[in-house]
Design a protein around this ligand. Structure first.
Ligand SMILES: C[S@@+](CC[C@H](N)C(=O)[O-])C[C@H]1O[C@@H](n2cnc3c(N)ncnc32)[C@H](O)[C@@H]1O
Length: 280
């Protein structure tokens, strides 16, 4: 049943692509979202849905890029690389060849992704053990994405996208601890914020919205046009905010003024400033 629902989800996500059920079972088994018996692993069921919903935006963005040149995607904090494998599987069916680079600082996960790559025969996929921020690709990167890269690893991914001049930066952050931790101080300085920040749960909600709004403004400062929305229903993951950014121009003073105003109002110092010095 669950497997059929997942197949339906995939078909709805990519209505112009043919998915034979046997072929999809084989693929999902290879990437370890499905067990040998043909059911989704219970603990990875939600991951399958969120990956499909995230991949829609990646595929759509890649399809806006010219077919005449080689396209490269950088998957930051790729983990088991479900996202990159799925995007590649779908794009191959659309006859699009893309180079994939998955970066993760967990050596075992990188090894694992390489094994799956070899099993699938996806030679265009490369996996590298590195911190996101330290990784310097030898080629142009068109699209940088990060699905639930931990806390400030999302800041590293955004900064890497900006630094590489990627046309698209697509992230769904994992958590916003770094900013949330700093919010206690804001309520001490600005009494009007006290009701908003005194309770832990309220502080966490504010921290989520504040972090993502600051990340959005940071991207806008660097000339990106950014959409912020829920990319998947909350029943699959409460971490369902997506920032989808497209490079449209150069430095945008208005974006930076807004960034500074919001940051200074709450008196926080987002980690992204350590990677993008122009924001300080
Ligand atoms: C929650 S997992 C998500 C993995 C994958 N994107 C997914 O959605 O299945 C976060 C991954 O980011 C990696 N990671 C965390 N911080 C990192 C950093 N600074 N540089 C590189 N990888 C990092 C972790 O090792 C882990 O594999």
């Amino acid at each position: 049943m669950i497997r059929n629902e997942m197949l339906t989800c995939l078909k709805e996500a990519f209505p112009n692509v043919e998915f034979a059920s046997g072929e999809i079972d084989k693929f999902f088994k290879a990437i370890s979202l499905m067990n040998p018996g043909g059911s989704l692993y219970a603990e990875r069921e939600k991951k399958a849905y969120e990956t499909i919903h995230f991949s829609i935006h990646v595929v759509k963005s890649i399809n806006r890029l010219s077919r005449k040149r080689e396209i490269a995607l950088l998957d930051c904090g790729c983990g088991r690389s479900y996202l990159s494998f799925l995007v590649n599987h779908v794009l191959k069916k659309m006859d699009r060849r893309v180079t994939y680079i998955g970066v993760d600082n967990n050596a075992q996960l990188v090894e694992r992704s390489m094994m799956v790559r070899d099993e699938l025969g996806y030679g265009e996929m490369h996996f590298i053990k590195s911190n996101i921020i330290d990784f310097n690709p030898e080629r142009n990167v068109d699209i940088v994405c990060a699905l639930h890269a931990c806390d400030t690893a999302t800041d590293e991914a955004i900064a890497k996208g900006v630094e590489l001049g990627a046309r698209y930066v697509i992230v769904a952050p994992c958590c916003q601890r770094q900013v949330i931790r700093q919010l206690g101080m804001a309520s001490k300085k600005i009494w009007q914020l006290k009701p908003l920040l005194d309770e832990k749960v309220a502080r966490e909600y504010v921290g989520v919205v504040l972090t993502e709004s600051l990340r959005k403004l940071a991207l806008e400062s660097f000339g990106y046009e950014v959409e912020m929305f829920e990319f998947t229903p909350a029943r699959y993951t409460p971490k369902n905010i997506m920032l989808r950014a497209e490079k449209k121009g150069s430095w945008n003073e208005k974006g930076y003024e807004d960034y500074k105003a919001l940051r200074n109002y709450f008196g926080v110092k987002p980690k992204i400033e350590e990677y993008l010095a122009q924001l300080t």
